[in-house]
Design a binder for this molecule. Structure first.
Ligand code: CMC
Length: 390
């Protein structure tokens, strides 16, 4: 009717109906398909969470076994993907490679991209969940100049990922159960988060009928920014910049200074204004992993001290700025030897199931419309155009 609401940043816009994830930011509640995130992180593994996000219910033991078999069946990528990688500079950012290679997946499955067919949609979803760890590990191996490691289907989802990251032909990586469990938890805690920037991007791309691999590539691109998935990488870079415990107060003061653009990375959240329920679980895992690995790293010392000081600071309390999930996940990833520039790829790996579940849900809903926001035009009023020679 010609009227619309002006809502930059979509602070007050509900863009869709969804059955997948519920968030109450004020109370710090996060539910997937009705199940509380802390119970899932404690009692379910990531593949169970993937199943419920995609299918709506937690799996029975039989359904889980079948799902796991389907996912492991799809873990390999076509060997031609190796050639695709070789076109990148060897020092390319892994997110740049991930964006490109995920998008390229559509060129391998063009006979299976009918988005009106539910079976084909689900097959694309399974392929994506299965192949993301393979692609992410390939990004890392390519960066460091080691041969790609093929997936192993006798391992769990997180063990297989760690093996593809850290094994070399001469030496099999020894997987610590505590580390595999922490990585599985990182995956679970990042699996979905309703209509965040990257999920909304995937939905918007999908609303035009684009294929699922192209939509997920769009999600990867959106996740890359430091205000979203790039925060865990930015957080570690910030800890590096702080460098030592005695410099923390200087950075706390900078974060409070209105004239300084500096922000404490890994603190604050658009939706959670009291605490991030994922951060509570991740914090527990973080302390467990640090104790288990007995790591002596000055950066981790800075992180733990920063957490303490910021949690007791008046400015942060008043603005309701608490460490978010990425503050702790970054510390865990660093402790297990994953380089900082891989952090956002790992977030993308874990979030793929959320993205594709939203895409699948959207295409299952009747009367789906292309996403097409309007704008408030602030440019010139109409004016005559003069030919270039005039
Ligand atoms: N350090 C210092 N001050 C902050 C921070 C911070 N990290 N975050 C917010 N503020 C201040 C901000 O300056 C503003 O102050 P004032 O009211 O005086 O203008 C106030 O708090 C509200 O900030 P906002 O930017 O209006 O809040 P938002 O809801 O738009 O932003 C955020 C949320 C996550 C983008 C922001 O807190 C931030 O930039 N955090 C650092 C980056 C980060 O860790 N992002 C990861 C989010 S969790 C992962 C995910 O879900 O993607």
């Amino acid at each position: 009717n010609g009227y619309f609401t002006f809502d930059p940043g979509f602070m007050a816009t509900g863009s869709c109906e969804s059955d997948i994830t519920y968030i109450d930011g004020a109370k710090g509640i996060l539910l997937h398909r009705g199940y509380p995130i802390d119970e899932l992180a404690r009692d379910a593994d990531y593949l169970e969470v993937c199943y419920m996000l995609l299918h709506g219910e937690a799996p029975s033991a039989d359904e889980y076994a079948k799902f796991k078999q389907t996912i492991t069946h799809h873990t390999l990528v076509h060997d031609q993907v190796n050639n695709f990688f070789r076109g990148f500079r060897r020092d390319a950012h892994p997110m740049a490679m991930l964006c490109g290679t995920v998008g390229a997946m559509s060129s391998f499955y063009h006979d299976d991209l009918n988005i009106s067919d539910e079976d084909q949609r689900l097959r694309s979803a399974y392929r994506l969940v299965a192949k993301m760890p393979t692609l992410v590990a390939m990004c890392y191996k390519y960066n460091i100049g080691q041969p790609f490691v093929y997936p192993r289907n006798d391992l769990s989802y997180s063990e297989n990922f760690l093996n593809m990251m850290f094994s070399v032909p001469a030496e099999q990586y020894k997987i610590s159960p505590a580390v595999a469990r922490a990585v599985d938890r990182i995956f679970t805690l990042h699996a979905d988060h309703e209509q965040n920037a990257s999920t909304s991007t995937v939905r918007l791309a999908g609303s035009s009928g684009a294929n699922p691999y192209a939509c997920i590539a769009a999600g990867v691109a959106s996740l890359w920014g430091p205000a979203h998935g790039g925060a865990n990488e930015a957080c570690l870079n910030m800890l590096q910049e702080i460098g030592s415990v005695d410099r923390i107060p200087e950075f706390i003061e900078r974060a409070k200074d209105k004239n300084d653009p500096f922000r404490l990375m890994g603190f604050g959240h658009r939706v959670y204004k009291n605490f991030d329920p994922r951060a509570t679980v991740m914090r527990e895992s973080c302390h467990e992993v640090l104790a288990e690995l007995n790591i002596d790293d000055p950066l981790l010392e800075v992180a733990m001290e920063l957490e303490k000081i910021a949690l007791n600071d008046e400015y942060f309390a008043e603005k309701k700025l608490f460490p978010n999930v990425d503050f702790y996940s970054g510390i865990i990833l660093k402790a297990i030897g994953i380089p900082t520039n891989m952090f956002t790829c790992i977030f993308a790996l874990a979030r793929t199931v959320g993205w594709i579940s939203h895409w699948h849900e959207m295409l299952s809903q009747p009367g789906q419309k292309i996403g097409r926001p309007r704008q408030l035009y602030t440019g010139h009023a109409q004016r005559p155009f003069n030919k270039i020679d005039k």
